[in-house]
Design a protein around this ligand. Structure first.
Ligand code: ZN
Ligand code: ZN
Length: 287
């Protein structure tokens, strides 16, 4: 597949292309330059323009909201597209259709590529989420942040280093915070253990978490009275998500989660779990 595309000559507006026989009629009808055309090379842009005029003439007959035009009554277009329905919004398709009706580009013969009928569907189908990649992205983002904070720590001036309280409780905690994949593994182990013990409670917990993960407008008022973690609604809030743009007048952080949830949350890629502002670090708030 890759080799084939490498060999195929580049298709440019000025390329001289030789269309297949079925296409000649369209060029005769819709291209002023080639009214008596009977085969041979034509400028690619003329082939393209005549095809565009031809298709728009057909599409005009339909409502603009139509997304699938049946080619039942358009035998020539059907022959050229080699499918039964056409989506007029799909512009990429136009070039794919042209390509499969070209025999040679600038004198070099090419093998007309026949489109997969699924081509139409595939273009609109969203890709499924690759959760492995999502986790890797979070781990990478955290490592990058850790590196830049390390640099920041080294370059920032400390008036009185001994006065500054340690930023982490112990070294174990520090590792946890920056290594997202370790946290995930640990969590999965715990989950499978819990599942065996109390499956029902686990399901309730899960659905609760899903609600919390969804950013909804009604949730944007933070219950400042409560001291309960917004993610698990169980433990006390001890950890804040430090928002980005630290140079602004209003550098801020949301104190909304317990330690466990703060570590589990994909803050480096998804931002603050409460407001979704970019998050550059999580802070343990000392009272
Ligand atoms: Zn929590
Ligand atoms: Zn926030």
């Amino acid at each position: 597949m890759a080799g084939e595309t490498n060999e195929a000559p580049q298709l440019r507006a000025g390329s001289m292309v030789t269309p297949v026989e079925d296409f000649r009629e369209i060029i005769r009808m819709y291209s002023e330059e080639y009214q008596h055309y009977n085969g041979g090379p034509v400028k690619c842009i003329h082939m393209h323009n005549s095809f565009a005029k031809y298709v728009s003439n057909i599409v005009k007959k339909f409502d603009s909201s139509v997304t699938a035009i049946s080619l039942e009554n358009e035998p020539l277009l059907r022959k050229i597209c080699r499918v039964d329905t056409l989506d007029p919004r799909n512009m990429k398709l136009k070039w794919a259709i042209l390509k499969q009706n070209i025999l040679a580009v600038d004198g070099k013969p090419i093998r007309p590529r026949v489109m997969d009928p699924q081509f139409y569907v595939n273009q609109y189908e969203p890709r499924s989420v690759n959760y492995d990649n999502v986790d890797k992205e979070e781990a990478l983002a955290r490592r990058r942040l850790q590196e830049s904070w390390k640099h920041f720590d080294q370059t920032s001036k400390r008036p009185c280093p001994s006065d500054i309280p340690s930023t982490s409780q112990n070294s174990e905690n520090k590792v946890k915070k920056w290594d997202f994949q370790e946290i995930k593994k640990e969590q999965e182990k715990q989950d499978s253990e819990e599942e065996n013990q109390k499956p029902e409670a686990n399901i309730i917990q899960e659905s609760k978490n899903n609600e919390d993960n969804e950013p909804s407008s009604k949730k944007l008022k933070l219950d400042t009275e409560s001291d309960v973690c917004i993610l698990c609604r169980e433990n006390d809030r001890t950890h804040a998500f430090l928002h980005g743009s630290l140079e602004s007048d209003d550098a801020s952080a949301h104190l909304v989660a317990c330690e466990e949830c703060a570590l589990k949350w994909q803050w480096a890629t998804k931002g603050c779990p409460f407001c979704r502002k970019p998050c550059v670090n999580i802070l343990r708030i000392m009272k």
